[in-house]
Design a binder for this molecule. Structure first.
Ligand code: ADP
Ligand code: MG
Length: 632
């Protein structure tokens, strides 16, 4: 039975079904947001058609007008949101509305799983994420989407009650006649959502959320004398074209919400017009909350490119990937309207815009960092890990970016800037010390901090995954090199000890101990030497000068990209265990020397967050030694 008119049933993709179930049973109170999502989709559809029609004007044949139309019917309890945009083919209806989960869907469900306070908190997330088309099921008992792709003969209808699946069928004649081009989303409202068939309610919501949509949003009178008449209810203006002096803070918040389809407040706003070699208007925002797509592997930005008020793409890489959290619009007066997305990649005008705007964004961040430390701290907490990718990728801006960085530190609970660090250098200290690891907590307990602590030397603690990478390249700040405490030699000897008593000199005789341990451990380590770093712990592992820092080596080894380079074992010659080892060497107790050497290596591995390669042997040795010790 494959009759043309028979509806075909489809199952929702698993994540979509999960999301829908949540929408249908939502207790979220601000259900308004569904209208904003549907209007934003309608506006996207108009944008897409306007763009495609630049090269294929025939797509607009019959009706040049791009508009969005709301038709409420209070008696029937329905609301239709229609647009004369690009429309969807049968396959697009199936894919876009049910079988291909967007990354946003995944992020939303993940956020939900992480929300600790149960389902109440979960529904709060609806407002934070905006879950697109499916949010309509908060207010809909059923939804019928009729769509005709621009230029296509046939229209199709998608229908669902929000259960496990949906149906798609060719449109009936009456349905097809209602949608000459584009899409109509017809919502049969749930009983408790009937207010969305009231005109004043719709007008209020559009004013609040969608005033800046660039296409006219028209409200149709469903009843009474004026039945069928439509009236535009949004401003349909481009806020970025307005003068800065006219804009109030709340105007920016509204513009941000409507341009970025965001729900939070902007933490930072940048609005200006560039004139000169090129002219363009810029309205950019740094969000307060992390957008869900920040972790996408594509690292794509979302800044929208307009050319003379016409939307071109949000895929033009108008900012570098390490500023991908910035949202907003750049509207060029000079680029050709028919610039293809491919062409944009190597377009020198776009490159110039990218450089200039990147500089302005960094400038704005610098101003915030100087003038409003509290605000900058929230920005840094949300986006610092992304900004630091720039240290790795953009050498020219490295100095500027280092200035913007804030780091956890062994000396302070508040994040520290390099400027603060350098201002507090100890006498004779000429380097900036840092330690890279998996978590701040772990780093704070790292024995490599001991000698620095004994001299009151501050150590920056770097625990973002990107930290292992940007630190590969040598850098300095105001002439002070950045130096890892887990790599190469460190020499603190010029910096006086806080507690003078603790000082001891290492003697020539110590060399015997180091050689003995080295002989026992063989090629498990590349060298054994006396430590400058340790005061309380017995041993630690470090990378040789010029070799990869330990944390990076570990990260790469996990991906089978390790270099296999062996670390150096450093011993604290003042430690009781090392002294016991020295004693065993003198007494020629070879078994003890072997066991103690192996234990020192294993404990250094454990302190570094590694599992000793042979945990069973480690446990056996430890037990043997204790038992021997107890008997002695
Ligand atoms: P998003 O808009 O973030 O992509 P949605 O869930 O809102 O996610 O919509 C899913 C997809 O369905 C859109 O990307 C688009 O391809 C398609 N779509 C939704 N509404 C329309 C519409 N009115 N016209 C054309 N396509 C639409
Ligand atoms: Mg959408």
């Amino acid at each position: 039975m494959t009759d043309e008119k028979t509806p075909h049933s489809h199952a929702f993709q698993a994540e979509v079904a999960e999301l829908l179930n949540l929408m249908v049973h939502s207790v979220y109170s601000e259900t308004d947001v569904f209208l904003r999502e549907l209007i934003s989709n309608a506006s996207d559809a108009c944008d897409k058609l306007r763009y495609e029609a630049i090269s294929r004007p025939e797509l607009l044949a019959g009706d040049e007008r791009l508009a969005i139309r709301l038709t409420p019917d209070a008696k029937a309890g329905t609301l239709a949101i229609a647009d004369s945009g690009i429309g969807m083919t049968e396959q697009e209806l199936i894919d876009n509305l049910g079988t291909i989960a967007r990354s946003g869907t995944k992020a939303f469900l993940q956020g939900l799983a992480e929300a600790k306070d149960g389902p109440g908190e979960g529904s709060g997330l609806i407002g934070k994420f905006g879950v697109g088309f499916y949010s309509a099921f908060m207010v809909a008992a059923s939804i019928e989407v009729t769509s005709r792709r621009a230029g296509a003969d046939q229209a199709f209808v998608w229908r669902s009650e929000g259960g496990a699946g949906f149906e798609v069928a060719p449109a009936s004649e009456a349905q097809a006649a209602r949608v000459p081009r584009g899409t109509e989303v017809l919502i049969h409202l749930k009983d408790d959502a009937r207010k969305f068939a009231e005109r004043f309610e719709l007008e209020r919501i559009v004013r609040t959320y969608s005033d800046h949509i660039l296409f006219p949003i028209e409200l149709v009178d469903g009843e009474g004398d004026k039945k069928g008449e439509a009236r535009q209810i949004n401003a349909a203006s481009a806020p970025w074209q307005r003068a800065k002096s006219e804009m109030k803070p709340e105007d920016y918040t509204e513009a941000y919400k409507s341009i970025a389809t965001a729900f939070d407040e902007p933490a930072l706003t940048l609005h200006y017009r560039a004139e000169g070699r090129q002219s363009y208007a810029v309205m950019l925002f740094v969000p307060t909350m992390r957008p869900f797509d920040l972790a996408d592997p594509g690292r794509k930005g979302r800044v929208k490119l307009y050319v003379r008020r016409v939307f071109i793409t949000d895929d033009a890489e108008l900012l570098p990937p390490w500023l991908r959290f910035v949202r907003g619009v750049i509207d060029s007066e000079d680029l050709p309207l028919n610039v293809s997305r491919e062409m944009l990649q190597n377009n020198p005008q776009v490159t110039q815009i990218r450089n200039a705007v990147t500089g302005r964004v960094l400038g704005e961040l610098e101003v915030a960092a100087d003038k409003d430390a509290a605000k900058y701290r929230t920005i840094w907490e949300a986006f610092g890990a992304v900004i630091k990718e720039g240290l790795y990728e953009d050498h020219e801006r490295r100095a500027q970016l280092l200035n913007l960085c804030r780091f956890a530190s062994s000396a302070s609970d508040a994040p520290r800037s390099l400027r603060q660090y350098v201002a507090d250098l100890k006498p004779n200290q000429t380097e900036i010390y840092y330690l890279v690891g998996e978590s701040i907590e772990r780093l704070k307990a790292n024995p490599k901090l001991e000698a620095a602590k004994a001299r009151g030397i501050e150590v920056l603690l770097l625990a973002d995954p990107i930290d292992a990478f940007w630190t590969i390249m040598p850098s300095d700040y105001e002439g002070k090199p950045l130096k890892s405490l887990s790599q190469g030699d460190v020499d603190f000897s010029l910096v006086p000890l806080v507690d003078k008593e603790a000082a001891t000199e290492s003697s020539e005789a110590d060399k015997g101990i180091l050689d003995a341990v080295k002989a026992t451990l063989g090629d498990q380590v590349s060298d054994v030497r006396a430590s400058q770093r340790l005061t309380d712990s017995a041993a630690c592992l470090v990378a040789a000068t010029g070799a990869r820092d330990r944390e990076l080596e570990r990260l790469l080894a996990r991906q089978d990209r390790g270099s296999g380079a062996k670390p150096i074992l450093e011993l604290n010659l003042r430690h009781a265990l090392v002294k016991a080892l020295a004693h065993s060497i003198e007494e020629k107790k070879e078994g003890d020397v072997a066991d103690l050497s192996a234990l020192l290596l294993a404990q250094a591995q454990i302190l570094d967050g590694e599992v000793p390669p042979d945990p069973a042997a480690f446990a056996r040795r430890l037990n043997d030694l204790i038992v021997r010790g107890l008997k002695a």
